[in-house]
Design a protein around this ligand. Structure first.
Ligand code: PLP
Length: 418
């Protein structure tokens, strides 16, 4: 099948069997069919190569198909793929130990699942189970996944509307506002859930000390604190965890996206002994998952943590992040009539345009330059850059030149329209 026929066939099947409305949006933006991933690059059906600055919303921290992760998974595949569920699993045990080492102090236990939203679901369930309370405090513009429990704490009404009633007792406070959170958290609160750096909300970095303020407010009322690090974790922000910038410690920490090394789906929620005791002492099967913690995914997770450490990728994220952010700041200054703000931490960088449509057009223009990005789900004005942590200074330079060029062209395009 030639490239055009393959493209037409895939779009046709999306339209008839997957999601015709999304297919239209993606085709309009100019996205092709992904055929191969290699390091920092994605290759489409026409053999075109794109620098992947979207990185699967933070999934591809090690790039695509990191050889060490692929090798670990292939090797595991030759022995045991999924768990029989009755026996002990060595990979689960090893990975849980490693996570206890790299997560903040006291988060010694892990529950494994297959996605970010499942990790959030487990964290909310644990918080309710431990405290016996129902009120949950979340933040506006937050993103925690789209299954019913996670959706209940999603800070964007657009996604919740039409699916209510959801979990009762959820209260939203502005992200980054310590006082609003302190006022909302009370003796009936099971937990507060928050992203240390908001991803889908538009790469929003809270004021320094915010996470510690939340810790204090939760402690005052015996509420649990959940940090959703599904996107911000594992080096993305230039430290191992987003919460490490503040030195704040949650009761529960969720991880997923990058945890499987961009090779396997893998999620986890890590928490304290007290929580695991409360949840599992009376019923050891209180919360389980058939596929969660399977040997293949955990092999990928173990290799991922090893590569992060061996290749110094957390520090690299910080260093490359400085380059990217500096470059974006000068682009922001040059195009200050289009760009409202540039912000970020490590390799989690957002570029906020003054208007919705500009961001969408720049995404399409960037594809022509061979750079793949997307706008944030809860804020289409914000282009987010989350390239692999293995990205080089030259590749960042390439991306920055492309962004500059794409904005110039979008400006020319828009001026011919008015
Ligand atoms: C992506 C994301 C989720 C949901 O993860 P899925 O694997 O898509 O279910 C949850 N929380 C945050 C912060 C995320 O970025």
């Amino acid at each position: 099948m030639d490239a055009d026929a393959l493209y037409a066939d895939v779009i046709d099947k999306y339209s008839r069997h997957l999601n015709p409305h999304l297919a239209k949006l993606m085709a309009f933006a100019g996205f092709g069919v992904e055929m191969e991933g290699d390091g920092c690059y994605l290759i489409d059906h026409e053999g075109r190569k794109f620098l992947d600055c979207l990185g699967g919303y933070g999934t591809f921290s090690l790039g695509h198909r990191h050889p060490k992760v692929v090798e670990a998974v292939k090797n595991q595949l030759d022995h045991l793929a999924l768990s029989g569920k009755a026996f002990f699993s060595k990979n689960s045990a090893d990975l849980a130990e490693k996570l206890a080492e790299i997560t903040p102090a006291g988060l010694d236990y892990s529950f494994f699942c297959n996605s970010g939203t499942e990790a959030v679901e487990a964290s909310l369930k644990f918080a309710k189970g431990v405290t016996g309370r129902t009120k949950i405090v979340s933040t506006t513009e937050s993103f925690h996944g789209k299954t019913l429990g996670s959706l209940s704490v999603m800070g964007r009404e657009k996604y919740r509307k039409g699916f209510e009633p959801l979990l009762p007792g959820v209260v939203f406070v502005p992200f980054g506002d310590s006082q609003a959170a302190a006022e909302a958290i009370d003796g009936t609160t099971a937990c507060m859930i928050v992203e240390p750096v908001q991803g889908e909300g538009g790469i929003i970095v809270p004021p320094a000390g915010y996470l510690n303020d939340l810790r204090t407010a939760c402690d005052k009322h015996g509420a649990l604190l959940i940090f959703d690090e599904v996107q911000s974790g594992l080096g993305r922000t230039g430290k191992m965890w987003g919460c490490d910038h503040d030195g704040a410690i949650p009761d529960l920490l969720t991880s997923a996206k990058a945890l499987g090394g961009g090779v396997m789906p893998l999620g986890a929620v890590c928490g304290t002994e007290a929580i695991w005791d409360a949840i599992y002492s009376k019923n050891p099967l209180s919360h389980t998952s058939t596929f969660g913690g399977n040997p293949l995914a955990c092999a990928a997770g173990l290799a991922t943590l090893q590569v992060l450490q061996e290749e110094g990728l957390v520090q690299r994220s910080h260093d490359m992040g400085v380059l990217l952010l500096e470059g974006m700041h000068s682009i922001g200054h040059k195009h200050r009539n289009w760009i409202k703000e540039v912000r970020g931490k490590g390799l989690m960088v957002g570029l906020e345009f003054a208007e919705d449509e500009v961001g969408e057009l720049v995404v399409a223009q960037l594809l022509k330059y061979g750079v793949c990005v997307a706008y944030a789900l809860n804020n289409p004005r914000v282009l987010r850059f989350e390239p692999p942590l293995i990205i080089t200074a030259e590749q960042i330079e390439f991306a920055l030149e492309a962004v500059d060029g794409a904005i110039v062209e979008t400006g020319e395009l828009l001026s011919t329209l008015v």
